[in-house]
Ligand binder design. Sequence first.
Ligand code: CDT
Length: 324
Amino acid sequence: ARIIRIAAAQVGAVHRADARPKTLIRLISLLQEAASKGAEVVLFPECTFTTFFPRHFFSAVAELESFFEHGDVTTAENTRAIFEKAKELGVDICIGFAEATDDGEHYNTCVYYHAKSGSILSKYRKIHLPGDFEPFPDPDAVNQLEKRYFKPGNLGFHAFRVPDLTDPTADNGEPIFGMMICNDRRWAEAWRCLGLQGVEVVFTGYNTPGWAPQMWGISADQDPKTARAEAIFHHKLVMQAHSYTNACFSVSAARCGLDDGKYDLVGGSTIVGPDGKIIAETATEEDEVIVADCDLDLCSPGKKRTFDFGRHRRVEHYSILTSQ
Ligand code: CDT
């Protein structure tokens, strides 16, 4: 058996004016809680270190830039403490942040930090950026200005093997992980890119509004409670369905709660098995850790039978997927 204890660290409300050190302390205590529960890997949400700033229009560049991490995220002042704690605890972390590169580009990024080597093993930049470039004219609308603030990711979907989590001599070898960010989870293409590389666990941090009728393209007269329940349903639907069709585990961690007492983000962080069933799920919409023992060998039946891609896929009929 190749069993790994994996945690999702859900993060509740983070307000626009929250001081960075205050949020960082919350993240570190979630990491410590996960470690005390025996977690070997912990997933944190998308843009973990700040409020979900793409909902706001910023005319002041300095304020916008304050939400981005500049330089090496593992050593920068606002972020390094969580990497240091991960190293000290010997727990790997997968964590999302807004990345400003040295050449002035901006991405919605996450990294897989390998505690034992104290290094980033893999980096992913969000490819499916939702929302708009321009804010809605309605001043009360919930915006999602990711197309304004980020460039689409340029690193592709790369699965990677992670040392030190399982016995390296076990059949099937070191675990194969993959990362995506929030909106990517709604796209079958993203999952299949990782699935074709044999991914065994997909990590996905997210910020999903509980009520954003303009962004969803629905009438603002709809019942917000029903719409919110549907947002959570769709989140779980894609995590469960795509875990099943790619015969992999998936872990999702929400940034959730009511930011600034006004902006609602759903919870629903989950760990899903390769059969598509939820094996752990948060019960609150606040800071909360869930853990599950994931036996990666449970991916094998799906990978070898129903979803044996080599035997059953018919690529000659799929060219439309990349031609338009
Ligand atoms: N952060 C992010 O990507 N949020 C999007 C909002 C789109 S609402 C359908 C998401 O997919 O959850």
